[in-house]
Design a binder for this molecule. Structure first.
Ligand SMILES: [Zn+2]
Length: 306
């Protein structure tokens, strides 16, 4: 049972719109690429976990803080006896392990040892459980999902799951008898309440309303602004996808809210932001559906309905 699904990271949402609306550095382009890749890999692993026939709770993409230290858990699975913690990697190529050092076999270049990151997260998570008065056993796994990855000289005691072992691992988990009771659900709820939504790690480039190109971005390719296809639908000149006008405007307002939490939502601002929509009346109609109008002297603005 999925208790917390993975959603597109806020950092990626922000970067998608910023890079489509203004020029960004190559570093940012790479950052977007890495985030997109990471997100699709993790989603792939989520689907594998979802297919388990085990009474369990799954919390994906948790950002927690213990003793003033932030750490991320790719996937967490609460079963009757144990909590499984997963760190998912999509490394490619041949590597060799020499004690704590992981090196590329061809170039000899050392990479960051992902086990150190996993050990750190596990230790912080155990401390958190202690603070919550919970006595669950924690087991961590480093999961490699790319079949084009190989690691030489791996001691067998390392908590690693290679691509060819994943099916067996999942079958093993599925075959365990597990029925959850109240304490499992209570813990899952507690962890969810501790999840930090805004990542302290994200670094965004500078942007401003004035400098950004206006229009409604395509939700499929994030590369082009939508144009009118017919009276009720918009279409993307780049990838050819279609979207209902109202859904596209609603989405664009949400994007505006994320990017500019300090700016007021007014009909004029959203009209300018969406650009493609021909009448302010349409904008007003869509705003009134999901937002409350706040009258404030001569100027009025909208606030999201609670
Ligand atoms: Zn498109």
């Amino acid at each position: 049972m999925i208790t917390k699904s993975r959603t597109v990271p806020i950092e990626l949402l922000h970067l998608r719109s910023i890079r489509a609306r203004q020029k960004v550095s190559e570093k940012i382009e790479n950052q977007v690429h890495t985030l997109e890749k990471g997100f699709s890999e993790e989603t792939w692993f989520d689907q594998r976990l979802e297919s388990l026939s085990l009474d369990c709770l799954i919390l994906n993409d948790l950002l927690l803080e213990t003793n003033n230290t932030h750490y991320q858990i790719d996937s967490l699975l609460i079963s009757r006896r144990k909590i499984h913690l997963f760190e998912v990697k999509n490394y490619e190529g041949d590597y060799v392990v020499n004690e704590d050092r992981w090196q590329s076999l061809s170039s000899g270049i050392e990479m960051k040892n992902p086990l150190l990151q996993l050990t750190r997260s596990e230790s912080l998570f155990r401390q958190l459980l202690q603070q919550l008065g919970s006595d669950f056993t924690v087991e961590s796994h480093l999961v490699f999902i790319n079949p084009e990855f190989y690691l030489y000289q791996v001691p067998p005691n390392l908590p690693i799951i290679f691509p060819f072992q994943l099916t067996r691992f999942m079958n093993n988990l599925s075959s365990q008898s597990s029925s959850l009771v109240e304490k499992h659900h209570t813990l899952a709820k507690k962890l969810l309440s501790l999840h930090i939504k805004k990542s302290p790690f994200s670094l965004l480039p500078q942007y401003s309303f004035g400098e950004m190109e206006k229009g409604i971005l395509c939700i499929v390719c994030w590369n082009e602004f939508l144009k009118y296809g017919n009276q009720h639908k918009l279409t993307c000149p780049n990838c050819g996808s279609w979207e209902a006008k109202e859904s596209a405007v609603t989405r664009s307002i949400e994007e505006f809210e994320h990017l500019f939490p300090e700016l007021k939502i007014t009909v004029s601002t959203i009209f300018e932001w969406c650009k493609v929509i021909k009448s302010k009346k349409t904008i007003r109609k869509i705003l009134s559906k999901n937002y409350n109008l706040i009258q404030s002297g001569r100027s009025s603005y909208y606030e999201r309905s609670k």
